[in-house]
Design a protein around this ligand. Sequence first.
Ligand code: AMP
Length: 396
Amino acid sequence: MSDYVLVINAGSSSLKYSLVDAASGAAPAVGLVEQIGEAEGHHSHRGPDGELSTKLKVENHEDALRAALEAFSSHGPSLDDVELAAIGHRVVHGGARFGDPALIDDELVAAVTELVPLAPLHNPANLEGIEVARRLFPDLRQVAVFDTAFHQTLAPEAYTYALPLELRDDHGIRRYGFHGTSYAFVAAEAARLLDRDLADLNLIVLHLGNGCSAAAIRGGESVDTSMGMTPLEGLVMGTRSGDLDPAIHAHLARELGKSVAEIDQLLNHGSGLKGLAGGNDFRELSERREAGDARAQLAFDVYCHRIKKYVGAYYAVLGTVDAIVFTAGVGQHSAAARAASLANLERLGIELDESRNTASGADARRVSADDSPVAVLVVPTNEEWQIARETVALIR
Ligand code: AMP
């Protein structure tokens, strides 16, 4: 049997897929179907026999997966030739039930359905992807890899909110954390780069993409993380506020007459960098900031100040830190964000090397000074490869 896994990440109006060799990480084909259910959708696919970029109407996720299969036939590679080992699905919320990847069957589908109230935007879309793939590949084993699973090692004091305890026990209102697939991958890569055993390392990992979170990782296990019951808590993100005084909710409702749905929308989609500076693209924000735009500068400052606070908090949680690791779009590419987030932390043993930090590079690398007691690393994440690896590990 091959090690090829079809990795599927189904969103509410999109279906992202890649064919990944779990052994090497090679991805001979990647594709994305967007604007599912809209008047006009878009499909892109890159395979060994060329690239496809086409507009088409895509009624639903089944149409999207059928379009993907056609693209495999036309632009390669042929799925008959690669002999898929399995399909791996990204599932956002596994609640307290899933601390590991799980084989997909009717029981799993029912369990993920029960978790929909905790992730009303994400889990239904993930389930849609699962149902469609089960219909089109009835004989292939399918695995769910949960974004929350990595953080199931958190201790009660880290995952419990200071609310009446019944809310936790009867309604699942507790911290779960997200980006777990990325943390698992990046932590292992960091250990490799440091040439150390992951079991001996204390890491602070900063996943700074459109969604942003931080994690304190001891010996390869998550001990704290900044996202909570939902991905809204913690760092400042592209469009999400991150941490807030919880009384702001009531104030927005009482004084500004906003509904619960409007507040939810505001905090998830109209806040963060977008709310502060009018746009969530960090690259554009950086260009505006360099050109002297005061709102872009403030957004950048708020963003980096929050990161620094979490670095300090997780330093205290871990006691000692071997490395701080930056990953995802902003973490990998913005030297300015790394420098501002870690400025003046020499007394904590954290010292960047300016020329290493500003040098561009696509590979995992060290950007700290040689005599910095805490290493600072940039490690590109690869969630698709991690999903493929966990899928193959489970079915074998
Ligand atoms: P991700 O969610 O990991 O794809 O990250 C997306 C974010 O990374 C967006 O805000 C991008 O603007 C940002 N990003 C990507 N490339 C760069 C870059 N070269 N410099 C600064 N930010 C970048």
